[in-house]
Design a protein around this ligand. Structure first.
Ligand code: SAH
Length: 391
């Protein structure tokens, strides 16, 4: 029902969701839709009690995304500057470790549907709701005031925008942004591709995990879904030899350039399907001291979970068999639907079938710049573990 008022009326169930720390209200929990275009609207409960301010997306199943529970707040330029500024301040500890990291992780930073990644002097943003799109000018102004970037690029070419009734586009919003930007993370250099690379140009979410496994890498190493080689480069600093494997030739070309950029001559590049490679390596009784499995999401939807789990189990099981005694495996999943308990269960099942004795050394999650909020499961997607072959 569309009410005649410029505010939203939220059902009791919707109001409870906000109380319990989740910012989304679905279409079915909007008792009266605001008579307003996409943008920022006040919300009330059925008794008329003000609940705060939310982003309003008339076309989306996620109708309202909470910005603040303070009904007296004014969502103006100053509000955006303070909220984005607070998110940026939380990243302070990363400044010395890297020149590329996420400044705003959407719901994880109380800024629903907004992503902003910093690559050196440039920013890449994503506006993923119609309500937020209406505030684009203020968001860009806030970022310019806070960061003074040389350029801001919008990577709004994401499928989520379809659900909001928004067009997909890659757009320059301010200044200039180069095709390639050099990222330095924990002493390793690689090129990010903000205009056409995956996500906003690189996988920033595995930064600490790369350093983590890099610190214990040795001997013969294997990086199975290497993309631009970011894990392989970290491994190559300590291992004798690294095999960087990917099914994409252009990705490996980048990886090769990145190895040269770091003066690393001990990385070999192999274009292959990881499933086939692992199978034949097992047949040939090859052994690796360090293995990394950072595959793409095998379970992109809930219905793909069963098939995805089989894929995860297969690559993990084979990698476990390839570990030399004392060898270490870093394994990860970025499938949101594969929850942490399911991920650990999958690892146990793979270990059971591997015939090896494996110690779980570390279970890891997301880095500081990708906060996973306990009451908002959607903010978390990365699970990882380091497993060591005991015998
Ligand atoms: N580890 C990378 C990100 C990996 S993205 C990083 O930290 O930057 C996933 C990569 O897996 C992509 O480069 C994709 O080309 C590759 N890929 C997808 N399916 C594959 C398969 N079956 N075998 C090998 N590589 C695959």
């Amino acid at each position: 029902m569309t009410g005649a008022a410029p505010f939203a009326v939220v059902s009791a169930r919707g109001a409870r969701r906000w109380e319990h720390g989740h910012p989304w209200i679905y279409r079915s929990d909007v008792a009266e839709r605001p008579d307003a275009p996409a943008g920022i609207v006040p919300a009330r409960d059925a008794r008329g009690k003000p609940l705060g301010w939310a982003l309003w997306s008339p076309k989306s199943e996620i109708s309202l995304r909470l910005l603040t529970r303070d009904p007296g707040a004014r969502i103006d330029a100053e509000w955006w500057r303070a909220a984005i500024g607070a998110a940026i301040d939380r990243r302070r500890p990363l400044r010395d470790a890297a020149n590329a990291y996420r400044l705003v992780h959407g719901e994880g930073d109380g800024l629903p549907s907004l992503v902003c990644d910093r690559y050196d002097r440039w920013l890449v943003v994503q506006f993923m709701s119609a309500g937020l799109e209406a505030a684009r000018g203020q968001v860009v102004d806030a970022l310019r005031a806070l960061v003074a970037p040389a350029g801001i690029l919008a990577r709004n070419d994401v499928s989520l925008r379809d659900k909001e009734g928004l067009p997909r586009a890659v757009e320059l919003l301010h200044g200039e942004v180069p095709r390639e930007i050099e990222v330095v993370e924990h002493g390793v250099r690689y090129l990010a591709a903000p205009w056409d690379g995956q996500k906003t140009g690189a996988f920033l979410d595995q930064r600490e995990n790369r350093a983590r496994i890099g610190a214990v890498a040795r001997g013969r190493a294997l990086d199975c879904f290497s993309y631009h080689g970011s894990f392989a480069l970290h491994l190559a600093r300590r291992a004798d030899h690294v095999l960087a494997l990917d099914s994409s030739a252009p990705a490996l070309e980048r990886a090769r350039e990145n190895a040269a950029r770091n003066g690393l001559a001990n990385v070999e590049f192999v274009e292959a399907n990881a499933f086939d490679f692992l199978k034949s390596a097992e047949r040939e009784r090859r052994r690796f001291d360090t293995i990394v499995l950072d595959p793409p999401a095998f379970a992109k939807t809930k219905s793909a979970l069963a098939a995805g789990l089989r894929g995860y189990k297969e690559v993990n099981l084979r990698a476990m068999r390839l570990l030399a005694p004392g060898g270490a495996l870093f394994t990860a999943s970025c499938s949101f639907h594969l929850t942490r308990p399911l991920f650990l269960e999958m690892l146990q099942a793979a270990a059971a079938d591997s015939g090896r004795r494996l110690a779980l050394r570390e279970v890891v999650g997301q880095p500081l710049d990708h906060p996973e909020i306990l009451t908002i499961p959607e903010t978390g997607y990365i699970k990882g573990a380091i497993v060591e072959a005991v015998d």
